[in-house]
Write a protein that binds this ligand. Structure first.
Ligand SMILES: Cc1cc2nc3c(=O)[nH]c(=O)nc-3n(C[C@H](O)[C@H](O)[C@H](O)COP(=O)(O)O)c2cc1C
Length: 306
């Protein structure tokens, strides 16, 4: 084992993380509950719960269904609204040595841009654009499923803010490459993927879907192989860094994403059953680096022997 100090620092094209571990939006709130359980200073960054301009109460009825390897959720973007985030959550998170990533959502291009304009003036380190939202002005089709719409929303947000900009891609597409490329060309500094896959579960005893809206977003270990492949495809199509996520629950999973080319990884569903997952994964990456005598995590990124 080498005595040289290992470095876990990664550069996401203007956003430096002291280590590549991020907690995924919607699975970590604003960090408050987890701060009672783990030391948030250990994280590279937190992607906060999806924000909207006004407070949202979220969907009625049941919001979560367990699957054999994860969850289906239909939370409906419950959040306190961007103003409350700025007043209450940013000061709380600033107590910790981590990067704050504000995840933003809109029903129209204008809403996304307004959110970006507001956050541009605030103390956040990055804005993550969740383009899995339905575009109400375009028949409810998710922004992230059409490269032209991706280009339009990213261009508008890029013009609205000088902040580091992550575009978070939806996996509910036939081919991720043109979508990734459209986001890069329109000004994204970095991509993150994947968001949840569309799915459903039916209660056979009352013959109704479990979730009131019928469908929800599938996450957790079940989606990992598809998420890994999409991350790999996205990395191959763009020249900006990619944050990989989808079903990561062990350090081995994280290393797979890093070898596929991800500069950082986000941990989502695993937090729900193991709040220490991000820290265990970080420690596991360190021991893997020791095992293979790797001094700098950047040596591992995309270092796949194909
Ligand atoms: C309950 C729940 C809520 C989520 N809310 C958001 C959200 O507000 N914004 C967002 O971009 N992604 C949201 N996601 C998606 C996650 O950030 C992540 O992309 C996805 O769950 C895949 O990672 P995982 O398999 O590790 O959970 C949510 C996921 C879950 C399970």
């Amino acid at each position: 084992m080498s005595n040289l100090k290992k470095t876990m620092e990664v550069d996401l094209n203007g956003l430096t993380l002291k280590n590549p571990i991020i907690t995924a939006s919607g699975t970590y709130g604003f960090g408050r509950e987890y701060a009672e359980l783990i030391d948030l200073n250990e994280l590279g960054g937190i992607a906060v719960k999806g924000l909207t301009k006004e407070e949202r109460k979220g969907n009625e009825g049941r919001r979560l269904v367990e699957t054999p390897m994860g969850l289906i959720n239909s939370v409906g973007l419950q959040n306190p609204g961007v103003k409350s985030f700025i007043e209450n959550e940013i000061p709380f998170l600033r107590q910790f040595d981590l990067k704050i990533i504000a995840n933003i959502n809109g029903n129209t291009i204008e809403e996304y841009c307004e959110m970006a304009r507001i956050l541009d003036q605030e103390d956040v380190d990055s804005i993550e654009l969740n383009i899995s939202c339905p575009n109400v002005k375009n028949g409810g089709l998710a922004f992230g499923t059409d490269s032209e719409m991706v280009a339009r929303v990213v261009t508008c947000v890029r013009a609205a803010t000088g902040k580091h900009l992550i575009v978070k891609l939806s996996p509910n597409v036939t081919d991720i490459k043109p979508i990734a490329l459209a986001a890069e060309k329109s000004g994204a500094d970095c991509l993150s993927l994947v968001n949840t896959f569309s799915g459903m579960a039916i209660d056979i005893h009352n013959r109704k879907p479990f979730l009131k809206r019928g469908i929800g977003g599938v996450s957790g270990p079940a989606i990992k192989p598809m998420a890994l492949k999409m991350t790999y495809d996205a990395v191959k199509s763009v020249n900006i860094p990619v944050i990989g996520m989808g079903g990561i629950s062990t350090y081995e999973d994280a290393i797979e994403f890093i070898l596929a080319g991800a500069h950082a990884v986000a941990i989502g569903t695993a937090n729900f059953y193991n709040p220490e997952a991000p820290l265990t994964i970080k420690k596991g990456i360190e021991s893997y680096m020791n095992q293979y005598n790797i001094q700098d995590i950047n040596e591992l990124i995309g270092n796949l022997d194909t």
